[in-house]
Ligand binder design. Sequence first.
Ligand code: 5MM
Length: 352
Amino acid sequence: MSSPLASVARAMVAPGKGILAADESTGTANKRFAPLGIAETEENRQKYRDLLFTMPDFGTFFSGVILYDETIRQNARSGKTFVQTLEASGAFPGIKLDTGVEHLALAPADEKITGGLDGLAKRVDEYVKMGAKFAKWRAVITIDEKTGLPTDACLSANAHALARYGAICQRGGLVPIIEPEVLMDGAMSHSLETSEAVHRRTLRFVFDALVDQNVNFGEMVLKPSYVIPGQKATSKASVREVAERTLAVLMDYVPASVAGIAFLSGGQGNEDATAHLNEINVLGKGHHAPWPLTFSYGRALQQPALNMWKGQDGNVDAAQKAIHHRARMNSLASLGQWSAQVEKEGALVLSH
Ligand code: 5MM
């Protein structure tokens, strides 16, 4: 029998739909504004989220949006709350529940643990009352081939936190997005093979912990990173290789009863993130992948819109067209129907 949480989880990964990650904490949102000269104010963060969430056809492409605490309490320009605005478009409001990362005690300097378990049940109750239907928690895993990171201690501590969060969400009435991110951006230079090995270890720890904490797989969505070389790696991987290795790892470690998989973009180029999603869907069909494979991108959806907006009211239309384009491209990719040609045609329409 299907539970209400299982119905929400399935709707989050409905065909052709993905999840917009717009849960940048204040520090991260400001970090994205600064290079574009956008004043780092609450008003600007509210205006920016307003332009994203009032994009035409929003509910056609997005099943839900991950919000930050500040945003879930704000109103749209229309005077409605953002929660009401999303509900009216047919998208679920979701909430970021982790409180960010800190150094994992007694571990090497680069190893992080995600916080937010203290008082979590109470916060879940509060967000459920505000209309949230799902939540997200991100664990951050750093690779260092020279020193052998990540350690088992880091993987185990993060998996345990993800599973405890998952259980608390399900008991309180939220679908948990379980997000173990293996980093690939910045100075990282690991190979495709190392990325695959670390993804395998990570998912093994995560699913063992989810079982230990009795998390219901049909009532959760997994948000993994792609198996991809570090951004500074000398040897790059083809779209096909990334899709093959990512799918192989998921097929080996993710139970078929998980409601769906919604990838993070992790600092890839916008089109790369779309091409990887498309290819994994094409391959997934051939291999009878048991779960829907879609997107929960932040940067790869938002960056063109932010670049276009630059904090100016007069640029809102152009910025909405930019995110509409990326949303449509990723929606097609989640169906395995995207191509470089469709991308080009869409970009042409955008420039007119
Ligand atoms: C949107 O950014 C999310 C919150 O980041 P901070 O805690 O650093 O403020 C982030 O967790 C995001 O949801 C995921 O990393 C996916 O975003 P990308 O840009 O990797 O697709």
